[in-house]
Design a protein around this ligand. Sequence first.
Ligand code: ADP
Ligand code: MG
Length: 559
Amino acid sequence: MIKKEFKAESKRLLEMMINSIYTQKEIFLRELISNASDAIDKIYYKALTDEQLVFNKDDYYIRITADKENRTLTIADTGIGMTQEDLENNLGIIAKSGSLAFKNENEAKDGHNIIGQFGVGFYSAFMVADQVTVISKALGSDQAYRWESEGTDGYTIEPCEKDAVGTEITLKIKENTEDDRYDEYLEEYRLRSIIKKYSDFIRYPIKMEVTGHRPKEGEDGEFEEYKEEQTVNSMVPIWRKNKSELTQEDYENFYAEKRYGFDKPLTYVHVKADGAVVYNAILFIPENTPFDYYTKEYEKGLELYSNGVLIMDKCGDLLPDYFSFVKGMVDSEDLSLNISREMLQHDRQLTLIAKNIKSKIKSQLQSLLKDDREKYETFFKAFGRQLKFGVYNDYGANKDVLSDLLLFTSSKEKKLVTLDEYVSRMPEDQKYIYYASGTSVERIEKLPQTELVADKGFEILYLTDDIDEFAIKMLMNYKEKEFKSVSSSDLGIEADADEAASEEEKAENKELFEAMSSLLSGKVKSVKASKRLKSHPVCLTAEGDLSIEMEKVLKSMPS
Ligand code: ADP
Ligand code: MG
């Protein structure tokens, strides 16, 4: 028997994979199960067009068998099987698609990205096994073949015996090392939980022998162990079910089961899109801010399924940063059609889905704002800051998406208001949307600068969050009304007194102002008489773009 070398690329990927410190070794099972499921799909589609082939649902399944004594784990399927050529072409060369991953050497360096983003499939078996044996019999063939490999040094193929059509992949599980435990891949509970986690929604049964306990006959209170083959996966994903069949509790359970968060979701939306892109999605808005939300450690993203198979835990490309708090999943068949999973980030379908999801989230938030103000304010307290960052980032590119979702505390009843509410009740003679910044509502109210505007009966937005004013500056205007700081030197409010009087005042106080200017030199630009004060003797105003509050924020930021 001749040993064949892997093609150079495959060899490198294999090496990388085997030596990879990739923590999620468990995904090998997902990959092998998904291949098994693909293989059954192929028979299924064949049966649709070939009258001689009947697809009897009960005949198609995937079976997982762990043998602790021999340290083997077997994944068997009744799918389409592989001929000798297939084994050669499919397992001797890394999935053709995968080769694209090598375009970028840097990216390929540690294997993390490759496994995480592309899913290299079959080869991931070598992360946990030091020998892999594939026995396969193809549909329509009389001869079965055995493919075997111990890793990078190559593989062998030889004829063998196998009765039924299908494939049986046996992994010789590695011995534990100091750093890594492999025993767990032979444990029933562990295997079940990996299957539950990644492959619950595979549409063919994944069978496994499980241990149960039952009362022992004749002996009270005694239990005995028994073994029984069970289907481990539920097969029907919640997102494929009809919305009318599902209750709020179903969604909340799903949220908990998936560990999207430990809170209850504030609201959710179940999307069944079948327009330009076909996908199902369940999106959740959490109630609480995750503890690491406003840190670098927080990672945004949605789970991405391709036709029921989880291919990515956190697909960040599906969410804009300003909606990074959204949790949930997306399942699309369109993604599996261009099956390879390579270059997902540049996938046109994915871009379309992301765009679609963005608008779904926006409208979900808008209806929450409209229908349940209290809940919306809860949401805004948890994540409003992120929306304001969203306005500020990217030079305001997203302000159209976000401006309707913002809330600010207003001088009117000190309640949170939307910009729309503010603008819609502006009196005719009010030109601007006024705002004042400060560390708290109480402090802002004491600002002398607010006096003139408040006196006119105009509403003022109280900006108490350090990002507020930066966001406002980026917005520039809302519904054609410009924002104006109450500290700006031109408030757009007509002063009643005539100019002459002010000239007189100026002359009168010339010496005083000069003295003050020299005392405060370097601290203020000029000292002037003002018409905007009523009960306060003095106030500071800003002439440039930066308000005093913004300057404070900028100064406090680490440079
Ligand atoms: P991908 O699934 O992305 O094509 P894999 O590395 O997972 O890449 O698998 C490579 C190929 O090997 C598959 O495309 C398929 O043709 C073949 N293959 C793998 N496992 C099986 C199986 N259980 N039954 C039939 N063919 C299989
Ligand atoms: Mg695969």
